[in-house]
Design a binder for this molecule. Sequence first.
Ligand code: NIG
Ligand code: FE
Length: 390
Amino acid sequence: MSSIAFTNIATLVTNDVSAGEGAIGVLHNATVVVEDGLISQITQTRPSGVDSEVDCSGKTLLPGFVDSHSHLIFAGDRADEFATRSQGAKYTAGGIASTVKATRAASDADLRQNAQRLLNEALSTGTTTMEIKSGYGLTEKDELRSLAIASEFTDETTLLAAHVIPEEFESNPDGYVELIINSIIPKSKAKWIDAFCDLDAFDPEQSEAILRAGVAAGMQVRIHANQLSAGVGVALAVALDAASADHVSKSTNADIELLASSNTVATLLPGAEFSTHLQSGLGRRFLDAGATVAIASDCNPGSSYTTTIPFCIATAVSLLGFTVEEAVKAATLGGAQALRRTDIGMVSVGKRADFVLLNAPSYIHLAYRPGVNLVHSTYKSGRAVTSWQK
Ligand code: NIG
Ligand code: FE
């Protein structure tokens, strides 16, 4: 067994309220001991008999960010579309078609290289777990190859063949729903099934049929709900015991109450709010209702082209009404809950030693110093890593 001690941690965020102060269980001048990739001890005295030591004086150690929502398998970008929004255009689902075209034309190597680039960015800003969706292929071959490439990088893979109706099925949308149910779902090896239940995407009946077929094939549910319009997305998520309902920007108070009384996490996507149609104070409504809240990057070339969770934390605090503690918790423990994972999201004995070391005396600096990369190093299973690997 090899052991490593992270000593003199100025501020340690545990997310364990029984272990430290306040809502995210903070300790000062603590030491974390890691043995064989797992956290074996948290102490405020000097441990003896460890094999090596990392001196964390003046730094903050917190759980690695768990990014529970991303769309990393794509080619091309949509900078021009973004620029039209800066001139007043509204975000719609219509832009997805141009990314579908570029993705279908790309080689596996191009898609793999683009995902690796984005995952390296995420790692350098503290992300240790990433969910990755398909959804820019929209043919049997292109959805399955997107999932295969995603699975090279993560076990948290999501089939989002139900992203939009592809152009070739425009006059026969139910034909595409049948293709998903009869041809794509049976061959999917993804952990999760997702559907974009919204305006210009999939209607409630189509979404429900696809999600139920996914469950019957062994996948678990997460949903893009109420991003662009109010509707039944949240209710569908709760009815299907989805792990998470994501975006939820246009939720009614009834939707929020429903989420708060369910096992479904509300995942807010500050990058998408920032880049499309910011709902100022949105997070507060969910937090005050007592819902379990996650924040994630939603990294994609249309609505949120960021891999950087500290940016999402800063945006959640300054614009969506989160306290700093609520935002940090939502990006770590909240993300783990949105993926129904109990092995990550906390710095506590027995959990995986996935964490971030910040060049800052407090986690508060994540929001206080927006746009500055404070990450000193990112650890996965107790090892400092600089290139993303599964
Ligand atoms: O989660 N809303 C649906 N899908 C993505 C955006 C996709 C795109 O615009 O390319 C999202 O925001
Ligand atoms: Fe999304």
